[in-house]
Design a protein. Structure first.
Length: 232
């Protein structure tokens, strides 16, 4: 897979190295030539000195040939511009953007060309809540207009002791995994839900209340179960 990373700060460097070790073709775009000269001997990836907010320079870097763009600079405005250019000018299939300031999370959506946004504070909060909450929807990640959410089933969940095919998962939601006693179960129609199961669900915002009703119950919808706030 060909991946272009915009920004060679600490985050960009680590992503580049991890992807290179995974066997991917990695291109790092960085506008500071001195930084590139310093990092080039350390990382066995392709380097291109350019301003990733300039379409002509991105074209020269060959952005139209990559499968994934990661906007990893330390500036949210730059990451939004890079994402929009990658999607609209170069039709990059997958655009992932780093959110530096949590209050800007709502901007990182499909309108700006972002397929997946990563906000470290929101993700850390989600992981804390995922570890301690039972019977609440916890939003883990945002994928364009869809969200990956997690719910740990309480003893009185309407889904408990019922096969997935009979639970009534709404059309705009998909159960992607069930984690039971640290083991991942690939869900099928006959998979029976159990108390304390951690259920991972890909859901659109419009279907989230229906998901709450299915896996938490009517009280979860009425009370507005706690969740990590993210853009919609």
């Amino acid at each position: 897979m060909k991946v272009a990373i915009a920004g060679a700060g600490n985050v960009g460097q680590h992503i580049a190295e991890d992807l290179r070790q995974g066997g991917h073709d990695v291109l790092v775009i960085e506008q500071d030539p001195d930084l590139v000269a310093m990092l080039r001997p350390r990382y066995d990836v392709r380097w291109f000195v350019a301003d990733a907010c300039e379409p002509d320079e991105l074209r020269e870097a060959g952005l139209e040939e990559v499968d994934v763009v990661v906007a990893a600079t330390g500036d949210d405005e730059d990451n939004l511009v890079i994402s929009l250019l990658a999607k609209q000018e170069f039709a990059v299939p997958r655009v992932i953007a780093r959110v530096n300031h949590p209050s800007n999370q709502w901007l990182f959506n499909e309108g700006w060309g972002v397929d997946v946004s990563v906000s470290t504070p929101h993700l850390l909060t989600a992981l804390v809540e995922e570890a301690v909450q039972v019977g609440s929807i916890v939003r883990l990640l945002q994928f364009g207009d869809a969200r990956l959410v997690e719910v740990t089933l309480a003893d009185d969940s309407p889904a408990v002791d019922r096969p997935l095919s009979e639970v009534g998962v709404p059309r705009d939601a998909t159960v992607v995994a069930v984690i039971r006693e640290r083991h991942v179960i690939v869900p099928r129609g006959e998979t029976t839900m159990k108390p304390s199961d951690e259920v991972l669900i890909l859901v659109t915002p419009d279907a989230e209340d229906s998901v709450k009703a299915v896996f938490i119950g009517a009280s979860g919808v009425d009370s507005g179960a706690e969740s990590v706030q993210s853009s919609s």
